[in-house]
Design a protein around this ligand. Structure first.
Ligand code: NAD
Length: 370
């Protein structure tokens, strides 16, 4: 089996605590499933600023470009809040995303049965929910020119941002959507506002053309973004893969995330273009931040970070069976009533960060023995 190279950037706050549990699980996969990972570690965020005066060194950036995948914990915290903008911890993360050209942000929203009651929606609406929201990450209104605030001749001020997409940008994100759908429920909803935006008309036309040319096995539906927001809270289980632009994706992925209850459970992946060997640059990270309010107390939930590692197994290494194994071990632990503080419910068993890692490893052992 070929060695897989992996760069771990645990970051700040609870990042190192949750990452320690991932490292235990990586060791388990090495010992019990023969997965050969060459793991390197580096600094990002506030810890990198403290050591090197920058939130990401050129050397660490270079390693991130070379390895098969990067796994990040979280960055930031009050200690670094007053730093100049250019060296704030978040700049390290933004540089990784920019230099690796990560244009596709995958935000799954799935609900473990044992946690269905934690959702703000009725249990029957979310039990069994499994959606993938795919957000375009490097284009659209966040980057479009012209932008700015100007003062007009009459003294009034005018703010401008530009929503802009090219066919190339639309096609490459739609390709990822169709490929994801082929591995899931074969259903894509493409979301824009073609009723009021030309960029939405182009988006709709290009996604439809691509589907008709290359992905006829996938069902494609188009939906306006406002309707999608409504449908996500009315009947979220109608969705399989949702593909949308940077701005709508920002909003819809947060909305979908909250259907699932807790921030401590949400993984994400950001993918770049494929190289000539078919390998995509990839960064995996939990959705949550560095949670300074609970850092250093061994009470953070490591499951979002562990689920991010499961995404890495699936999307960077095509190890779907191993990803399934890890996800079903996590499900078994939750079914067994083990909870970190953030997802605790009356009558269940409280475990620490380390305790949750041990439970997941014990469940992995049980599953592979059975
Ligand atoms: P946060 O996600 O760190 O925390 C929000 C709340 O959720 C807190 O009460 C926290 O205790 C809780 N929480 C988060 N993750 C948890 C986990 N795994 N287990 C249990 N509870 C958890 O967001 P914030 O408080 O707005 O930001 C704190 C710092 O993190 C800031 O410096 C912010 O800039 C940074 N941040 C970083 C990222 C990132 O690295 N990707 C993302 C968001 C925020």
């Amino acid at each position: 089996m070929t060695t897989k190279t992996l760069l771990i950037l645990a970051g700040d706050g609870i990042g190192p605590e949750v990452m320690t549990q991932v490292k235990r699980v990586i060791e388990w996969f090495g010992a019990k499933r023969g997965l050969d990972f060459a793991v390197e570690e580096g600094l990002v965020g506030g810890c990198s600023y403290d050591a090197h005066g920058t939130p990401l060194t050129d050397a660490t950036m270079a390693r991130a470009m070379e390895v098969d995948a990067v796994l990040l914990g979280a960055v930031g915290g009050p200690k670094w809040d007053s730093l100049p903008f250019a060296v704030k911890p978040e700049r390290g993360l933004l540089r990784l995303r920019k230099d690796m050209q990560l244009f596709a942000n995958l935000r799954p929203a799935f609900v473990f049965d044992a946690l269905a009651e934690a959702s703000s929606l009725k249990t029957e609406l979310v039990r069994g929910l499994d959606i993938m929201i795919l957000r375009e990450l490097t284009g659209g209104v966040d980057f479009g020119e012209p932008r700015g605030i100007e003062t007009l001749a009459n003294g009034e001020r005018r703010g401008v941002n530009t929503q802009v997409y090219t066919t190339h940008e639309i096609i490459r994100i739609a390709e990822v959507a169709f490929e994801l759908a082929q591995k899931r429920g074969s259903h894509v909803h493409s979301v824009e506002k073609a009723n009021v935006m030309e960029s939405g008309v182009l988006w709709r036309e290009e996604v439809q053309k691509l589907r008709d040319a290359r992905y006829t096995d996938v069902t494609l539906e188009h939906m306006y973004a406002d309707n999608c927001a409504m449908q996500l809270v009315r009947n979220p289980k109608q969705f399989d893969v949702i593909v949308t632009d940077n701005l709508f994706g920002d909003i819809l992925s947060d909305c979908a995330a909250m259907l699932t209850g807790s921030l401590g459970m949400l993984p994400s992946a950001s993918l770049g273009a494929s190289d000539s060997s078919g390998r995509r640059k990839a960064l995996y990270e939990p959705v949550h931040g560095s949670a300074p309010d609970i850092a250093g107390r061994d009470i953070a939930n490591p499951l979002a970070c562990l689920l991010s590692f499961a995404m890495m197994l699936r999307y960077s290494f095509d190890l779907g069976e191993d990803a399934d194994l890890l996800e079903s071990a996590i499900k078994a632990v939750l079914d067994d009533g083990k909870r970190t503080a953030d997802i605790m419910q009356p009558g269940l068993t409280a475990v620490s960060t380390t305790g949750m890692g041990s439970e997941v490893i014990a469940a992995l052992d049980r599953q592979t023995r059975a």
